[in-house]
Design a protein around this ligand. Structure first.
Ligand code: FES
Length: 66
């Protein structure tokens, strides 16, 4: 699913960026460009950061294995 239509960035890419250490919307934007155009997706990116950043690493390992 596209999170950022302007930059054609998917949820998979945004989650990968968050998992790699992006902890803010601006960090996600810097890493993959999502949110750097019209800005309509920035709220969604913020929700994804808040949600994903709170998931313990062990849960991510389990999620990827599933
Ligand atoms: S939809 Fe992401 S910047 Fe426009």
């Amino acid at each position: 699913m596209y999170v950022c239509v302007c930059r054609a960035v998917t949820d998979v890419r945004v989650n990968a960026v968050i998992d790699a250490g992006a902890q803010t919307v601006d960090a996600v934007t810097a890493a993959c460009g999502a949110g750097s155009d019209c800005g309509a997706c920035r709220e969604k990116i913020g929700e994804m950061v808040a949600e994903r950043a709170l998931v313990p690493a062990a849960a991510l390992v389990r999620e990827r294995a599933a």
